[in-house]
Design a binder for this molecule. Structure first.
Ligand SMILES: NC(=O)c1ccc[n+]([C@@H]2O[C@H](COP(=O)([O-])OP(=O)(O)OC[C@H]3O[C@@H](n4cnc5c(N)ncnc54)[C@H](O)[C@@H]3O)[C@@H](O)[C@H]2O)c1
Length: 251
């Protein structure tokens, strides 16, 4: 397990903090060279330097995932340093919640640009900078793709699209040796999530989750690392729920 991702080159978006940072750290700990991509330069540098300080291989890539040209240039730089890409984790997100009647055009544009366009550019970056080896893509979905949540229509639009394209891309890219899966985390109190969910909201989520607690960044990272690795070699088009059972609870 310790060297499960040896010889892999994995680009992780949104890797400056939260689930993306945990996924980047774990992939590096398992032997992958990691591209730590984030729009925030300080966060990207911090994750990458933490990985290097622990003896891992990492390069910070300061990019807005919605900028296709910049994303491609970053993937090229990663390939130049560590070799052809073998994996991409599309994690970056920009979220605003609000009632449907108050959804602003610029907010919807930004959410779709980061969440959906960013995922397409991540996949294109892998296609352009992969080598001969089999590859794996992990997209970040959410139970929100399947369940209604008040004030979250823009978020469900992004995550519903991610689930749909994960399955579609698995079919289209499978013949090229590329597996495409998603991880759907339950409630994980990351810095980004804490900005939109208050303590009362977390109390409700704990109560609604069959396992009776919130998730941890490391638990989501473990599922991402599994889907990147050889133990998942015959898994594609799957949405792996890592959510304490919240998505299967009816009442
Ligand atoms: N935390 C949860 O409870 C939860 C639940 C379900 C799904 N998810 C999904 O997991 C993923 C990570 O969530 P998180 O809670 O860790 O988020 P977060 O907000 O804590 O971290 C997101 C990271 O993405 C970066 N980012 C934002 N816009 C970017 C852009 N345009 N280009 C590059 N980087 C950008 C941010 O700087 C930040 O470092 C998201 O896709 C989210 O939808 C999270």
């Amino acid at each position: 397990m310790a060297h499960e991702l040896e010889r892999q080159v994995v680009l992780v978006t949104g890797a400056g903090r939260g689930i993306g940072a945990a996924a980047a750290r774990l992939a590096a700990a398992r032997g992958a060279a990691v591209g730590v991509l984030d729009i925030d330069p300080d966060l990207a540098r911090q994750t990458a330097s933490d990985i290097r300080a622990s003896g891992g291989k990492a390069r910070e890539l300061v990019v807005d995932v919605s900028d296709r040209t910049a994303f491609m240039a970053a993937a090229r730089a990663l390939r130049t340093e560590f070799g052809p890409l073998t994996g991409v984790v599309n994690d970056a997100i920009w979220i605003r919640y609000g009632p449907i009647e108050a959804v602003e055009e610029d907010v919807l544009d930004r959410m779709l640009s980061v969440g959906v366009k960013g995922t397409f550019w991540g996949v294109q970056a892998l296609l352009a900078h992969r080598g001969e080896k089999p590859c794996a893509i992990v997209n970040l979905a959410s139970p929100a793709a399947d369940l209604g949540m008040p004030n979250a229509a823009t978020y469900t639009a992004v995550k519903g699209a991610i689930v749909a394209v994960t399955r579609q891309m698995a079919v289209e890219l499978g013949p090229q040796g590329i597996r495409v899966n998603a991880v759907a985390p339950g409630a994980v109190p990351t810095p980004g999530a804490r900005a939109i969910v208050d303590e009362a909201g977390y109390a409700k989520r704990r109560q609604q989750t069959p396992l009776g607690r919130l998730g941890e960044e490391a638990e989501i990272a473990a599922a991402i690392a599994f889907l990147l690795g050889d133990d998942a070699n015959f898994i594609t088009g799957e949405v792996l729920h890592v959510d304490g059972g919240i998505s299967v609870k009816s009442m």
